[in-house]
Design a protein around this ligand. Structure first.
Ligand code: ADP
Length: 484
């Protein structure tokens, strides 16, 4: 399986109404390999008219899909799960080529995307309702759930397939048709996923994929159109805010999974081996390009130096290179802007008094690389205390008391995830309750799981994805008042 055959094997057109079609005017845009900066291929560049055609197809397919037996919807997802597992190797390579993550992580992501389909295949047949006696005894309440309707999905480049699976799984299980727009940096994984779902028997028009270099121009008219009834978005808080405003016009249901600024707390009573392992996972998964990435490490004074020493040792040993090479952990960042931002944040922290224990240097040659970096004594006024680093940089600061740690952790507009390492069960529960986050990693560095509710509070978003609540985001509750 060569790299070029994997890229050649993906359809590069728009997927609308069950057909692969060229963009109007035949326009296309380039997809690049971030490890070399070289062009991989061109994909169709949808116009607003193409976007409208995709929404037309989703609207037309909605009544039929809502009427499809839940078991059949579930079986489509189950087949897609099996196809993904069977094709894991080629899909992983495709993802690594367009996004840069190490192959081992790309394989993990294909399996993770597949797990969303398996989970929601099981959820499709568990959509429940109710029957109740009215309090006055005279009437009855029938409660049922129906698909929200045609849905717009927008996904980011950092998990190009899993974010598709996380949204498409519950949408399809619930009976919603969709228009999905993948990030312009990584359209190939989504195009491949569309091929998998078509092969699994998804009816024409249920899934429509528009790739475009101008997300705003294509999506805003669809959001304002009024026929789509929901938007589910994963991306930056800045864009999420803008989309929420656009959704207000026609009062669309919204699910937003936005930025994070995860604190990682290590108390003196923590298992330090577990804390360092957890730190490596929370920091280095996806080269630090994850909204769940640990962005600020707060370590209690008694273990501060030892934690920093051990983390530095591990970080310094991480192999940097192209994601296709054996043993690489530090793949390229997505583009030059990403590298520039990380460089600026590190320079700013150092200017304000942080010390570099490893990394922090420029990388020569092609591709968009930044080395695994550890900073200590990072002051509160460093920009990275407030901004997502989105790269392999671990800033560490010291604390003395539990109150101080909780205050520092919560001192952010974000509230996606917080990590907490302690062996004191009372402290574990006390601090978990006080941390302002939708998710807590308690003595573990990874929280993502298709069977658990993923999402944030504060400016990290609205709604939850995955778990038993994930499908609710795509369902409306209808109440029928029955006279007896
Ligand atoms: P990032 O900074 O991680 O690239 P973005 O929020 O810019 O995050 O992008 C996430 C997704 O949102 C991508 O699919 C991108 O194309 C899309 N996007 C960006 N701007 C807009 C917009 N104005 N309207 C709709 N989608 C957008």
């Amino acid at each position: 399986m060569s790299e070029s055959s994997v890229v050649d094997g993906v359809a590069k057109d728009l997927f609308i109404g069950g057909k692969w079609v060229a963009a109007s005017g035949g326009r296309s845009f380039a997809v690049h390999d971030p490890s070399t900066g070289q062009r991989l291929c061109e994909v169709a560049d949808a116009s607003p008219a193409d976007g409208k055609a995709a929404l037309d197809a989703a609207v037309a397919a909605q009544p039929g899909f809502a009427a499809m037996p839940p078991r059949e919807r579930g079986e489509i997802l189950r087949r897609a799960y099996e196809i993904l597992l069977a094709r894991n190797e080629e899909l992983a390579l495709l993802m690594t080529l367009e996004m840069g993550k190490p192959l081992a992580e790309a394989r993990g992501e294909v399996a993770y995307a597949a797990e969303f389909f398996r989970w929601f295949a099981e959820e499709a047949v568990r959509i429940d309702g109710g029957y109740a006696v009215a309090p006055n005894g005279n009437g009855r309440f029938l409660i049922t759930k129906q698909p929200v309707g045609p849905t717009l999905l927008i996904t980011p480049w950092n998990f190009p397939m899993a974010m598709g699976g996380r949204k498409l799984g519950p949408a399809i299980a619930a009976g919603c048709t969709v228009v999905i727009k993948p990030a312009e940096q990584t359209p190939l994984s989504m195009l491949a996923l569309a091929g998998v779902l078509a092969e699994a028997g998804l009816p024409d028009g249920v899934l429509n994929v528009v790739t475009t270099s101008d997300a705003g121009a294509v999506m805003e008219p669809l959001i304002r159109d009024g026929r789509a009834r929901k938007l589910s978005f994963t991306g930056s808080t800045a864009v999420g805010r803008k989309l929420l405003e656009q959704c207000a016009e026609k009062v669309l249901r919204t699910s937003l999974e936005l930025g994070g600024n995860a604190p990682f707390l290590v108390f003196d009573d923590a298992d330090l081996d577990a804390a360092v392992d957890g730190a490596m996972q929370a920091k280095m998964r996806n080269i630090g390009e994850a909204c769940t990435a640990a962005n600020r490490f707060y370590v209690q004074r008694g273990v501060y130096d030892e934690f920093a020493r051990r983390l530095t040792e591990r970080m310094a040993a991480q192999k940097m290179g192209r994601g296709t090479e054996d043993g690489v952990v530090v793949g390229p960042l997505i583009d030059d802007d990403a590298v520039r931002k990380v460089r600026e944040l590190v320079a700013d922290a150092v200017d304000r008094g942080a010390r570099v224990l490893t990394g922090g240097s420029e990388v020569d040659g092609p591709g968009h690389f930044y080395p695994a970096t550890v900073l200590v004594d990072v002051p509160r006024d460093a920009r990275m205390s407030d901004e997502e680093i989105f790269g392999p940089v671990a800033p560490i600061s010291v604390f003395d008391t539990e109150d101080e740690a909780v205050a520092a952790a919560n001192d952010t507009e974000y509230g996606l995830v917080s990590y907490l390492f302690t062996n004191d069960v009372k402290r574990a529960l006390r601090v978990s309750e006080r941390l302002e986050a939708g998710m807590i990693g308690l003595n573990q560095g990874i929280v993502s799981n298709p069977a658990a509710p993923f999402g944030g509070i504060k400016q990290s978003g609205l709604g939850r994805e995955g778990g038993t609540v994930g499908i609710e985001e795509f369902l409306e509750t209808k109440y029928i008042a029955v006279s007896l």
